[in-house]
Design a protein around this ligand. Sequence first.
Ligand code: COA
Length: 269
Amino acid sequence: MLFLTFMSSIFRDRLLAGKVAFITGGGSGIGQRMAERFATHGAKVMLAGRKQDKLDAAAAAIHATGGAAATAALDVRDYGAIEAALKRTRDVFGEIDILVCAAAGNFPAPVVGMSANGFKAVIDIDLNGTFNTCRAAYEHLKKPGASILSISANHATQPIAYQAHVCAGKAGVELLTKTLAIEWGPEGIRANCITPGPTDDTEGMRRLAPTEEARRRAIASVPLRRYGTKDELADLALFLCSDAATYITGAVYLCDGGSSLLRSSIGAG
Ligand code: COA
């Protein structure tokens, strides 16, 4: 019922009016679509990511629709850079209400084809990067109404061949989220996670299912028999970061077409 009320209000209200959001991975893919959705609903968004040209294009698209966006070029492996970008966000837009950790790395490789540094690179981006961003943002967020949203993947609970680094990293992201919900709940900070399945038009799926045959096999392992869309994830993110979800924390929301119910064929070679 709550969700239906929310969905009907989605089309008439600006659900994040006056809010400030800091979004890692905001220059492309799922993070970018979430930033666009948040801006449409009145949030001022800071887009953080590694590539300035992608960030500029994403910010320009938001400006073109009348939204407020700024950019911060950084690597989530660099704690000092995150701290500086958070301070600048506060200077430019005001106190931060919403943190989205969407920065992620991936390449398909069997464990024996993965050096220690290759494994570490993905753990450093996905898991340690999420920790770095949340930890650095704590001083900004500690107030009632603040929320953190991290992006996981089916990998967190489903072993997937050629994805050992992502499986380990995303499992950590989900438990980190739940731990933050316990530790920071008393401050008024909510922490939740979205777990996407195979999502169309993302760098991840371009790498994991690069051919038509691989795409067909991936779709066959989804009960809804299609890829999800970035819009579907952005709608869920909007709900979780809005005042329609003020009693939801420590939750891991699957948005995967049911794919976690079946054995994945992604990455199986
Ligand atoms: N197979 C095996 N190892 C690979 C690899 C691949 N396809 N791509 C990168 N690596 C290894 C590198 O060889 C290196 O290890 P080494 O020093 O032992 O040789 C290590 O990963 C780090 O690579 P580096 O080139 O220094 O880049 P990076 O630290 O910036 O991170 C990625 C590499 C691939 C993790 C990162 O660039 C990335 O994820 N890009 C794609 C973004 C993406 O897909 N986003 C969507 C996520 S779902």
